[in-house]
Design a protein around this ligand. Structure first.
Ligand code: GDP
Ligand code: MG
Length: 395
């Protein structure tokens, strides 16, 4: 990945190509950039003792039910030292690796990391159900030595909360603080001064610290990995949906420029066809990222127990919970963005003398720009309604 184009150089390259009236080159540059962005590999390692809840966490993040065919088996004794990769259902560039517990292997932490192939992982999540132990700490220190990042997750918080609720003086905040202190203690005993631990329930990812974990990882990942990571995470807060929307939005100018460049290539009929298949794949990515495709919604229904039909009921966009074909997309775009198209014509005609590029290009740019923004807004709103319906998260 050494020669990966940086964002800045893409902008410059495209601008240069357009100034030289080489629309085909501009289009090619943008296509390469968008392809690269779509295929950024992300490898997340989930490790911790047997029974700590690793496999369940892997499944929850992928939105896969524990008894789904493609699920990581849970509640089983670990017998191999294989790290097993589980692909994200909608973004197969993102892999979650279910690692065996270091304790089961009778290895040193260093040997363990060598065995599972430390190098390929972008970061490690070390899971514990109560208190981190010597093995977890040894592992963390070894990971640190190898200049990789790790995060501590205290799992099964719902179990602790349920148990505490039976007591007369239940106070959730106090209970969470106790769990946090207890979880942290083992790490402090082993010399981690102020470790950050995230309290998570794989049964209800939207509660406790999971949204904060996502936000933290997103912040700490290298720039070119941030979006790949974010889009593959399940929607667990309204802010997260807004951040996904922002991530998609940042690409729209490239897509609009691409459609303009294609429109500038004087092959009659080509522009519409290229545009449309491009738009179908882009909008499909939006639907995947917001978990609004039929399989994702079914998985969500399975995970939350809210019937699929009820989730579908709150969806307003005709592009969600369906299969997006070029015909459908064209129909919806004309319907929803028809007004935008008229505006595009009008605004476009104002730009022509300034830019000195063909009208067809301006029109294409403006239309794609507006249409994608409209569709994105609609889908983000649907995602928020589905989040509210499925787990009561409100604005
Ligand atoms: N209630 C609850 N149970 C969990 C949670 N995470 C895991 N479990 C249960 O804990 C047991 C061990 O989980 P598993 O994922 O197989 O642990 P692993 O050995 O680390 O992969 C299983 O019976 C899970 O159903 C959680 O967040 N909440
Ligand atoms: Mg397991």
């Amino acid at each position: 990945m050494g020669n990966r184009s940086t964002k800045k150089s893409v902008d410059d390259e495209v601008k240069e190509a357009l100034e030289r009236k080489d629309e085909a080159l501009a289009a090619a540059k943008i296509q390469v950039y968008l392809e690269e962005e779509k295929n950024v590999p992300l490898n997340i390692a989930i490790t911790g003792e047997t029974g700590s809840g690793k496999s369940t966490f892997v499944n929850a993040i992928r939105g896969v039910g524990d008894d789904d065919e493609e699920a990581a088996p849970t509640g089983v004794v670990e017998t191999t030292m294989e790290a097993t990769p589980y692909l994200h259902p909608n973004f197969t560039n993102v892999k979650l690796w279910d690692l065996p517990g270091v304790g089961t292997m009778n290895f040193t932490a260093a040997k363990y990391l060598k065995e599972v192939g430390l190098e390929k992982f972008d970061f490690f999540i070390i899971v514990s159900a109560d208190r981190f132990r010597e093995n977890d700490v040894k592992l963390a220190k070894e990971i640190q030595k190898m200049k990789k990042e790790f995060y501590f997750v205290c799992s099964k918080i719902d179990v602790d909360i349920e148990n505490e609720k039976r007591k007369r003086e239940f106070n959730e905040e106090k209970t969470l603080k106790q769990i946090r202190d207890n979880c942290t203690q083992g790490l402090q005993d082993q010399g981690f001064e102020s470790p950050q631990v995230f309290l998570v329930s794989s049964r209800e990812l939207h509660l406790y610290d999971f949204p904060l974990l996502v936000e933290t990882l997103e912040r700490e990942l290298p720039d070119h990995k941030k979006n790949a990571f974010l889009l593959a995470m399940p929607n667990t807060s309204l802010e997260m949906i807004d951040r996904k929307k922002k991530a998609f939005k940042s690409k729209i100018k490239y897509l609009a420029t691409l459609s303009a460049a294609v429109a500038g290539v004087p092959v009659p009929g080509l522009s519409v066809a290229v545009d449309l298949s491009l738009l179908v794949s882009v909008v499909t990515q939006y639907v995947f990222g917001f978990n609004l495709d039929i399989p994702s919604l079914k998985r969500l229904s399975n995970y939350t127990g809210v019937p699929y039909e009820e989730l579908k009921e709150v969806i307003m966009s005709p592009l969600a919970a369906t299969i997006i074909t070029p015909d459908l997309l064209l129909r919806i775009l004309v319907q929803t963005a028809g007004m935008a198209l008229l505006m595009a014509v009008e605004e476009g005609s104002r730009f022509i003398p300034i830019l000195g590029i063909p009208f067809s290009m301006v029109l294409s740019f403006t239309f794609t720009y507006k249409a994608l923004n409209l569709v994105l807004d609609m889908l983000a709103e649907d995602a928020k309604r589905v989040l509210h319906k499925s787990c009561g998260v409100n604005g």
